[in-house]
Design a protein. Structure first.
Lengths: 280, 287
């Protein structure tokens, strides 16, 4: 399958900027199932990017590669100029959390504090507590802080998971299907939060909705379109003209799947702009 | 009840006091470890480990009676089998998920069957019933020391790694992204559970140890607001069920382990019913 990079009309002529995520000829396959083949794309720092594609196309694999949960068979993934494992502390991740256990006894503030979790440290310091408070406020879930997580609606839970990701004060925020099973009010509040964050952090939304993306989007990358052969392609996206396309808490952009922008079209000679480290 | 209190104070019946101390020490494991087993939903895995233990007990009894390893205590074989079972289950769970259920059930069945076969071929009399259903009145001073040591280890691990344990159970993928070695947490949980099961089976027996690892913490979970509260509540309830069960079994001349488990089961069902009725009333008021 292939991933394509699509840019909005406005973002097509992007000036040279640091690169937050870079895939260089990345291949990955599950036994007997090739997923990504020589996929190359990059997301600039501060951009709001959408990774779209149908179910089973390889979006989750691309996501797991960015998070360092799996390693590519060939090629290189660089996140914030580092290997994905080294970049983890700077990544805020909002999973789908579909296998959530409603009987798990935990409060909203405890869930958000998990965003400050370290691999083996037990204590949370005053700075951690301040970051949790800021994240609760930014995601507009302060009023829910003392409530049991299981008592929330699906949309509220998703916003709490956004707050948990923001508690890490990330340079890169990744959201996996953020609007799945979400009510319109929560969806509106979520995109309001993301709008406030735009420009302060790189944001990557992964979604199976291939037709439209939020108008916050700067670049659209499509994974697994027919005939793309396991690569990622950048598409152009333009304001949707139909009133019915209003979604994601505002107006939407329509993804033009018949366009394919070259991966290096925006910055032919670019380097990541981050200090070189031992990136894979 | 007064008869039980008199027996507790009777210097000629130390086994009654040992049983009470064993019950209270076990309550810590049932509460703390039970909460982790419950929220991680690995009770089935713990059940397989518990039942595999009979194979180790049978092998120890057989080797000791045959003179191959004279004086080999059953707990040694039990520990070896429990840790082997935990290692296999851990490997299969992490690496070959598609056959997980089959392998776990196979370990469950093979462990028990080996135990029955070894015990059948052991010269002299060996009663598998006391291992299956426990006999708390046979608890020795060494058993108490081992239980106390394991309590200390489990309490320390739960305190030291609480955020990592909580995150691994709540959202394993997120915990991994935060750098928590979730596979190591899982394997360590299985290993500690294996050792605990070996020590706890002296109290309630192999068959019922899983009930005590899930019912008190499950009951506490209805009211708990955090995993730590679930651990504490589960331990308190286990202690309550244990003391009540021991007193009742003494007064009514019934097997102690079974009485404790029946009380724990009844409390869990009553709490479940109360929660269900409460939820229904709330829905009715909203409608």
């Amino acid at each position: 399958m292939t991933i394509e990079r699509a840019g909005t009309a406005e973002a097509a002529g992007t000036v040279k900027r640091s690169v937050a995520i870079r895939f260089e000829s990345v291949s990955f396959s599950y036994p007997a199932t090739p997923v990504l083949e020589a996929a190359s794309f990059h997301v600039h720092a501060g951009e709001f990017a959408a990774l779209v594609g149908p179910n089973g196309a390889g979006k989750t694999t691309a996501l797991r590669l960015i998070l360092g949960l799996v390693e590519p068979e060939s090629g290189r993934v660089t996140v914030l100029g580092r290997s994905p494992e080294e970049a983890r502390d700077a990544i805020g991740y909002v999973p789908q959390h579909a296998s959530y256990d409603p009987a798990f006894p935990i409060s909203v503030s405890e869930v958000v504090r998990m965003g400050r979790l370290r691999s083996s440290t037990r204590r949370y310091g005053p700075e951690d507590e301040r970051a949790v408070e800021r994240a609760l406020s930014l995601a507009d879930v302060e009023a829910l802080a003392g409530r049991p997580y299981s008592a929330l609606s699906g949309g509220q839970r998703r916003r709490v998971l956004v707050a948990r990701a923001l508690a890490a004060e990330p340079e890169l925020l990744i959201l996996d299907e953020p609007t799945a099973n979400m009510d319109a009010e929560s969806e509106g509040r979520l995109f309001e939060t993301l709008g406030e964050l735009k420009g302060r952090a790189t944001i990557l939304i992964v979604t199976h909705d291939t037709g439209f993306v939020t108008s916050l989007t700067d670049a659209v990358f499509c994974v697994g379109e027919g005939g793309s052969g396991g690569r990622v392609v950048k598409h152009r996206a333009v304001p949707a003209v139909h009133a019915a396309s209003v979604q994601y808490g505002g107006s939407a952009l329509q993804v033009l799947h018949d366009t394919a922008l070259p991966d290096n079209g925006c910055c032919p000679d670019d380097r990541d702009g981050y200090p070189e480290r031992s990136a894979r | 009840m007064s008869g039980y209190v008199q027996a507790l104070l009777d210097p000629s019946m130390p086994f009654v006091r040992n049983a009470l101390v064993a019950g209270l020490l076990s309550a810590v494991l049932f509460g703390v470890l039970g909460a982790v087993v419950t929220v991680k939903r690995i009770a089935g895995l713990a059940g397989a480990i518990a039942h595999a233990v009979l194979g180790g007990i049978g092998l120890s009894l057989f080797l000791a009676a045959k003179g191959v390893l004279p004086g080999l205590p059953p707990i040694v074989g039990a520990l070896v089998f429990a840790l082997l079972a935990a290692a296999v289950i851990g490997f299969v769970s992490l690496r070959a998920k598609q056959r997980e259920d089959t392998v776990i059930n196979a370990i469950w069945a093979i462990g028990m069957s080996l135990g029955v076969l070894f015990i059948a071929k052991t010269p002299g009399y060996a009663d598998p019933m006391s291992y299956l259903f426990g006999n708390i009145l046979l608890v020795s001073g060494r058993d108490l020391a081992l239980l106390a040591a394991l309590d200390a280890v489990v309490l320390f691990l739960a305190w030291r790694y609480y955020p990592q344990i909580e995150a691994s159970a709540f959202d394993e993928e997120f915990a991994r992204v935060r750098g928590v070695p979730t596979d190591a947490v899982f394997v360590a949980t299985l290993a500690v559970t294996a050792v605990a099961v070996v020590l706890l089976q002296t109290f309630v027996g192999i068959v019922m140890v899983i009930a005590m690892l899930t019912l008190p913490s499950g009951t506490a979970g209805f009211a708990a607001r955090s995993l730590a509260a679930m651990m504490a509540g589960g331990a308190a309830l286990s202690a309550l069920f244990t003391v009540g069960g021991l007193a009742a079994s003494w007064s009514l001349d019934l097997p102690a382990g079974a009485v404790v488990v029946v009380i724990a089961g009844a409390a869990f069902l009553a709490a479940s019913a109360a929660v269900a009725v409460g939820a229904r009333k709330r829905r009715g008021r909203r409608a």
